[in-house]
Design a protein around this ligand. Sequence first.
Ligand SMILES: [Zn+2]
Length: 494
Amino acid sequence: MPSSLKTVLSATLALLATVGLSLAALRRGAAESANPPPAKSSPPFAVRELYAVGHFGNSYEVMGEYEMRRYLAEAKRWGFNRYADWFDMEDCSDPFAEKGLVLLSHAMWERKKQNFRSAQALGLSCDLVITPNHVYVDQCRPALLAKKGPKIFGQLICPSQPEARAMILKNYENLFADLARAGVRLRAINSCPYDFGGCACEKCRPWILTFAKLMREIHAIAERYHFGIENHMIGWWWTPEEHRLLADWADREAPGWIKSMSLHIPYSATTVAGVRLPKGCQRWAFVHIGYADQANPRDIYGHFGPVAAPLRLPETVEHLAASGVTGVMAYSEGMFDDVNKALLAGLGSGQFRTGDEVLRAYATRYFGADRQQAAPWAQWLTAWGRPFDADPEQMAQQLARLKQPGASGWRERQWELKLELFRLNKRIMAETGWTPARLDAVDHFWQVQEEIYRGLWGLTLLRHVFARCYTPAPWYADWAKHASTHAKSLGKNQ
Ligand SMILES: [Zn+2]
């Protein structure tokens, strides 16, 4: 190298060092300018579907019409362009059999129609998720019941029995017709074989093909009411062997029928498996946005307040896009995953390049953060990706510096209360034995949780994954045992 050039180079390096830049940063900058943010016409994923299933007493089951409309408008703003719901029939009787009363099933179905109409009015395409042999409670006659087994539970009947099959087809005819009457135009059905679904009897084996053939009949009925409706599938809990069987069958018997497969991503994983798909079937992903970055210990379904996965979701988007995934279906169980909605849709739509950018925009929009505060807010939210590692006292001090004076909205308040839950959790975990102080901390924990559930999210009768017995709190089982023993001793003393 000529000495004059060396001198220039070393002078340049010295200058860069003084302004705090490194060659790595320069290279990064060059790469960024060479790869500008994707244009809106070519986002990482063409489809960003919000599967906001209303059931189990969660937010989507209880939100009012206008509340849901406002909420969906925000989801669209972050980048979602499709909406899906599922009629979870657990505990519901057939609403089309009873015309004179308004029962739980009527109220739930009405709400779903309302939510579909709201989504449609916002310009979101509407899809109905179907788990075909899951039926109303009054249809679960003993002679028709499905054979239960691993992954197979709930109100299920066997579609290999002609009477049960006819009942299933009629159920969907009723739903499709009623949606059409209500002005809802379905773009697709998302068929899913498990959770709740399946039958382990001899006649239904292999289940995946019984399911596919049943869905073909259901899809034919759907076409009568929703012209051009497509059939998509959800790969939740499928084995690679089931994917192979389905793909072989579809290529032979129903080419082009399955438009996409939303593949299952196991806990902790950030991409989908390389399973075989039918020809022409697009590779989509079913992304669980209801938990934090870590799968273990698990912060999930709002038991510890809101959740954030600021590292897992950006990584998931990157890995999925790199593996040829063209659509994502966000599996959402309520408002508690609000930050994760922004992350998945914001990145998946190409509106933002990094998780940090999304979080800064989130803090600006909802917490009133200015340009300077947005970055520390984003850092604060990022720490919640690993909530069991965070120091609640340090987090509280940082929050005190970030908070704007005046009343905060529910989005901000839920994080303050999460902090309180983790303060209490730490106190409970620090002790052994059920001392009055430790019992008092648990009592306080439930009170704060109730404040979130009732005061912020307006939840009512929580079922299934939201039940207290499914809390991931590590001390719960021991506490429940203690509480039960204590209750029994009270009974004896009376
Ligand atoms: Zn069966």
